[in-house]
Design a binder for this molecule. Structure first.
Ligand SMILES: Nc1ncnc2c1ncn2[C@@H]1O[C@H](COP(=O)(O)OP(=O)(O)OP(=O)(O)O)[C@@H](O)[C@H]1O
Length: 248
């Protein structure tokens, strides 16, 4: 399998706090990877470095062969990011929000309207397209931000707790959209505390703790979700300061 993301000797410090410590990680094209770990483990920091929002203190990031230090804007064009921050403009309608991002991503003008209609239908917001995003519920905003992230058909999807704010129906719909992206070799990386759902969807499971990658296995090499949960607890329980254990 060709690699699409390659991280070498990656460390990140915020002042004296070490958020990431010497991470090496290679992700293959088309893989669907889940990242778990307690609060403060460094998961979001890792994703932000991959998406070039922040720079590492040490180490190298290659995305599709491009060095993130040399051409971060080219990398941004390949990435769709979903997080608990929706990055939407409240005063614009759903459609206007997507039009704004479509121009930013340089989507072919002749196809913008069709693409926006399709993606709004996909996230069940087509009927609400002309209402202001500011008037949407949290879950609707999250659905619009999923549409924004997928609009330019990115080859890499980085998702930081994408289920935030979604009700059961919207979560199921999100998963349908997410699995639909798999046809086109999209590489997907998802931070979540939802072990059951991730175990169902993903190909590879990572556990981070205190800035280090502590577990990395293909799902086919893990016997069951119960075995994975035991592994998770045996890694994070040793860490008496683990804040995320209550999320488990
Ligand atoms: N901008 C920042 N300034 C200072 N410290 C930061 C900053 N961003 C992250 N950190 C610190 O880096 C460490 C890792 O944070 P990070 O957000 O990556 O953890 P996480 O695993 O995503 O946690 P969570 O599950 O709570 O989202 C934490 O100790 C955090 O306080």
């Amino acid at each position: 399998m060709d690699s699409i993301i390659s991280l070498t000797g990656l460390s990140k410090s915020f002042g004296r706090r070490k958020a990431l410590n010497n991470i090496d990680l290679v992700i293959g094209k088309g893989e669907f990877v889940a990242i778990f770990g307690p609060n403060g483990a460094g998961k979001t920091t890792l994703l932000k470095i991959m998406s070039t929002i922040i720079e590492p203190t040490k180490g190298n990031v290659l995305i599709n062969g491009i060095d993130s230090k040399k051409d971060p804007s080219k990398i941004r064009g390949m990435i769709g990011a979903i997080s608990h921050e929706t990055y939407l403009y409240d005063e614009l309608t759903a459609r206007e929000n997507l039009e704004f991002f479509a121009h930013m991503y340089d989507i072919d003008k002749d196809h913008i309207d069709d693409r926006i209609d399709d993606i709004l239908k996909n996230v069940n917001l087509f009927q609400r397209a002309d209402e202001r995003a500011g008037s949407f519920s949290r879950g609707m905003k999250q659905r619009l931000s999923i549409a924004r992230a997928l609009l330019h058909q990115p080859s890499i999807l980085l998702m930081d707790e994408p289920y935030t704010g979604l009700d059961q129906h919207a979560a199921a719909n999100f998963e349908r959209v997410l699995m639909g992206t798999g046809n086109s070799d999209v590489t997907r990386i998802m931070i979540t505390h939802n072990i059951e759902r991730a175990f169902e969807l993903c190909d590879r499971m990572l556990i981070m703790d205190r800035g280090e990658l502590r577990f990395d296995k293909l799902k086919t090499d893990i016997e069951s979700v119960e075995e994975f949960k035991e592994q998770y607890l045996s890694i994070v329980e040793k860490d008496t300061d683990a804040e995320g254990i209550s999320n488990f």
